[in-house]
Ligand binder design. Structure first.
Ligand code: NAI
Ligand code: MG
Length: 409
């Protein structure tokens, strides 16, 4: 029997292109695992009215470890229109299965490393004041609270009377009291102290373990006094237990500006759900974008690893596939770390680093050319060629990555 069982959920679109390639990479590093395929995503919704079927939930409950590709989500009305005719008008409502999965299994800690690979042509560069350019080394890990905040799903258009009455009890609701129900949309931002404390502690623990000098709490407590206020308060309380690590506090808006000015000032960054989603994409932009952005959704029992990109439907049908599988491979490496297979994870990252540094094999995004069938004719590597190049490095056990003396995550 294999040591690990991984529930594989390729999902939709390019999820089906990158996830199978990750299995080749995991095999190359001799990860002792068997894989159980599970359905998730748009087809499940259209067919069954549920994008996260119970059988998939059961497999995750049983095996506790998942590798996920990407799903397609569409707005409410489009989703209803694509539902199988027999199911329409029967009260089925679409909700993103990955958000549901995070909530169902309380995958409350989302970890999104944004660490530049030397030699990546997509790395952020900055103009020097005395002319010329420099390439700051970005080494940021975003901790995003993954189950609460504005993604908790407590929202209405045309809120019921009881909700309206409760809202009307707040003096700041006065300007909205006469807005007709159908013209009023409300999404509730819920933060619990327990979850705030937990994500802040996870961020500090990571900083301690991997030698980061600071944790930045990225919120907006001057305006969102209650919810961001609680996040900041808990960050301050947790920080007291980590005397060697500085706590910095930034506002989400200012942070999006500062990160391009001085990205090297940031180490671990912690934020609530929406802000963490936003700021992790912003940092990912500095290290190569969606083709390099990996993530882990970690709960007390279950953990699911996924690239942060979506299903990129416009490229899903291309043969050969053209998208960059590196984000998926880095997610698989995070999964290896999570189950204690650190050496295998390191081999994957070193192989990726070697291919990136060498610069001979590049997917279209790494060449800054438009995607599409033409990309291959212009010299871009296909998804499979990129995997092959990385497999080549794994097999040659050639470790050329000149790291910064710190274990990459
Ligand atoms: P997307 O991430 O699918 O793609 C945006 C663009 O980024 C693509 O058109 C492509 O140019 C580029 N891109 C994405 N992944 C890439 C890769 N691996 N290599 C090279 N280039 C890559 O986001 P979009 O277009 O906003 O959404 C498409 C669908 O995916 C939507 O239905 C959306 O709801 C869903 N989505 C799902 C996510 C998930 O499964 N976790 C996350 C984000 C979006
Ligand atoms: Mg996102």
């Amino acid at each position: 029997m294999a040591k690990h069982t991984v529930v594989t959920m390729p999902g939709d679109g390019i999820g089906n292109q990158v996830l199978p390639e990750a299995l080749r990479v995991l095999k190359a590093v001799e990860f002792d695992a068997e894989y159980v395929h599970a359905e998730i995503g748009w087809d499940c919704w259209c067919r069954e009215g549920n994008a996260l079927p119970q059988r998939t939930v059961d497999l995750l409950s049983e095996h506790k470890l998942g590798l996920f590709g990407a799903i397609t989500s569409k707005p409410k009305k489009e989703a209803e229109a694509e539902l199988r005719p027999e199911l329409r008008g029967k009260g089925y409502s679409y909700f993103s299965p990955i958000v549901t999965m995070r909530q169902k299994f309380n995958l409350d800690t989302c970890i999104r490393p944004c660490i530049s690979f030397p030699g990546n042509p997509l790395n952020f560069i900055r103009k020097k004041t005395n002319g010329g350019f420099e390439e700051p080394f970005v080494n940021v890990v975003v901790f995003r609270q993954n189950t609460e905040g504005l993604y908790a799903g407590v929202e209405w258009t045309n809120p019921p009377e009881t909700v309206r009455a409760a809202l009307a009890a707040h003096p700041k609701f006065k300007p909205f009291v006469s807005t007709p129900g159908p013209d009023l949309a409300v999404s509730v931002r819920i933060i619990t102290r327990q979850a705030a404390r937990k994500i802040c502690r996870a961020a500090f623990e990571w900083a301690k373990k991997y030698g980061y000098k600071s944790v930045t709490i990225c919120e907006k407590p001057n305006v969102l006094r209650e919810t961001s206020g609680m996040m900041e308060e808990e960050a301050k309380a947790v920080a007291r237990d980590y005397p060697g690590i500085a706590l910095r506090s930034t506002n989400i808006d200012a942070q999006t500006m500062w990160l391009t000015k001085n990205p090297e000032d940031y180490g671990v960054v912690v934020a609530s759900n929406l802000f963490g989603d936003v700021i992790s994409d912003a940092f990912a932009g500095l290290i190569g974008g969606l083709g390099f952005a990996a993530s882990g959704n970690i709960g007390d029992e279950v953990a699911v690893f996924e690239p942060t990109h979506g299903s990129a439907p416009k490229y899903a049908e291309l043969d050969p596939p053209i998208v960059n599988p590196i984000a998926m491979f880095l997610s698989a490496a995070m999964m290896l770390d999570h189950v204690g297979e650190k050496e295998k994870a390191r081999r994957i990252r070193d192989a990726i680093a070697a291919v990136v540094k060498e610069g001979r094999v590049r997917t279209y995004d790494m060449m800054r050319i438009p995607g599409g069938a033409n990309a291959i004719r212009q010299g871009a590597a296909s998804t499979i060629e990129m995997t092959d190049a990385i497999l080549g490095k794994i097999e040659s056990r050639e470790f050329v990555y000149a790291g910064v003396g710190r274990e990459r995550v």
